[in-house]
Design a protein around this ligand. Structure first.
Ligand SMILES: [Zn+2]
Ligand SMILES: [Zn+2]
Length: 433
């Protein structure tokens, strides 16, 4: 389900880092040795065996991150991102694997389009990529794709992200096909007649600014519908980019009843509220929109208690000319691959809202499990998927530092705490600074 450049596997010893893998229950200062891309030793004063030595003193070595929600923009949007640039950006963000969304031009709705993306990834992907295919042909919401054939071709899951799956009967049939295809369905929950024309969260700020509101209930009503259908069909599903308190509460209640539902939340929904939109920065315009402080608190609590198991960037690159327009005219979407860890570390971990261990789990094992991927781990015999973090260093976010082809980041000009120093993905040194 994941595809990247094959070949080189590296020999490394990371010496003296705080080795922190919350899933494996490791938190100790020691060395980790990697032979030909595989972790072979974890311990004190390891023999370096002539390998390249990375000094890790004062740094945290953790399982590398998995981003379950990236828009690579290929095919059709190569001016905004490519597999090469998007995976280089992901490596710089500490990721060892990402999943790409199918709302491209053409849409990834056939084995032919998917097959050619897989071939491109095998040539140019700096870290492994999985490709989700569409649930409906052309993402038009009328007719299901050949889900079984697409799964056999290598689809990592199915989604009509960018658009909601409006017809309940199609959602139900997609869940039934999930039982055969066995790849996760991921839902962009938006009731389109309630969100139509919405520029930002419907509330006091939208009223003051005079923007059309996109209410929370436009999301939560679809979350509740999809959870009800998943319960009825006895199938799992994954909820994309939750933004509203009511959605988190519906998910928590469904999980308590045994529904196998997972969910993700973005760095921007965890760090910001609709108050930020007062700046009219078009890099604060996304779908779903930034919501109230109460919604943000519910998202943080959901991440902390595990109701929301994954952080996802929803990295959505846009060309400069598209975003350099008035807020009302700008497209939805912001980038996030290169800033996700630092943004959440700065706004949630540093103030004590979420423990570092929880964030590491929600950025790595959580999303891997949601899609049935092997979770990255620090264990003897595991493929090396590692991130070396300087959790205390402050850096300045600037456009020149991005590997992404696009710079529509809400963090430009800000100082963040926490920096990725090195990423090993699938046994290969994919990034170092
Ligand atoms: Zn979406
Ligand atoms: Zn998206």
């Amino acid at each position: 389900m994941l595809f990247g450049k094959n070949g080189r596997k590296d020999d490394l010893v990371v010496r003296g880092a705080r080795v922190l893998d919350p899933v494996e229950g490791i938190d100790t200062v020691c060395d980790v040795r990697v032979d030909r891309g595989v972790i072979v030793q974890i311990g004190m004063n390891l023999e370096t065996n002539g390998h390249r030595v990375i000094e890790g003193q004062g740094l945290v070595l953790a399982p590398a991150f998995v981003d379950p929600h990236v828009h690579l923009r290929v095919p059709g949007g190569e001016d905004e991102e490519t597999i090469a640039s998007g995976t280089a950006a992901a490596a710089a963000g500490g990721y060892c694997a990402i999943l790409a969304m199918p709302n491209t031009d053409p849409v990834v709705d056939s084995a032919a389009v998917l097959g050619s993306l897989i071939e491109d990834a095998q040539r140019e992907a700096e870290i492994p990529v999985g490709f989700l295919a569409a649930i409906t042909r052309g993402q038009e919401g009328a007719e299901l794709t050949e889900m079984v054939e697409l799964a056999e071709e290598g689809a990592a899951g199915f989604t009509d992200d960018g658009r909601p799956l409006v017809a309940p009967v199609l959602m139900r049939r997609a869940l039934q096909y999930h039982g055969i295809a066995g790849r996760r369905l991921a839902l962009h929950c938006e009731e389109p007649t309630l969100s139509r024309g919405g520029q930002m969260h419907e509330g006091a700020v939208s009223a003051e600014l005079g923007f059309t509101g996109y209410p929370s209930v436009a999301e939560s009503v679809m979350v509740e519908r999809d959870l009800a259908l998943a319960a009825y069909e006895g199938q799992p599903l994954h909820l994309l980019h939750l933004s509203a308190r009511e959605s988190v509460e519906a998910l928590r209640a469904a999980q308590a009843k045994g529904v196998a539902a997972t969910a993700e939340v973005t760095p921007h929904h965890l760090c910001l509220t609709d108050e930020a939109v007062r700046t009219l920065d078009s890099n604060l315009k996304m779908n779903p929109p930034l919501r109230s402080a109460d919604d943000r608190a519910a998202l943080i609590e959901g991440l902390r208690d595990g109701t929301i198991g994954s952080v996802a960037t929803d990295h959505a690159p846009h060309a400069r000319h598209e975003k350099e327009v008035p807020f009302e005219a700008a497209p939805f979407g912001v980038t996030g691959l290169e800033t996700a860890f630092a943004a959440i570390n700065t706004d949630l971990v540093e103030p004590g809202l979420v423990p570092l261990e929880t964030l590491l789990e929600r950025m790595s094992a959580g999303p891997a499990r949601a899609y049935g991927l092997e979770p990255p781990k620090i264990a003897i015999g595991a493929e090396a998927n590692l991130v070396l973090l300087d959790t205390g260093s402050t850096w300045h976010v600037e456009e020149a530092g991005f590997r992404s082809r696009s710079a529509n980041s809400w963090l430009l000009g800000q100082h963040l705490i926490g920096q990725v120093r090195l990423t090993v993905a699938a046994g290969r040194l994919a990034f170092e600074r």
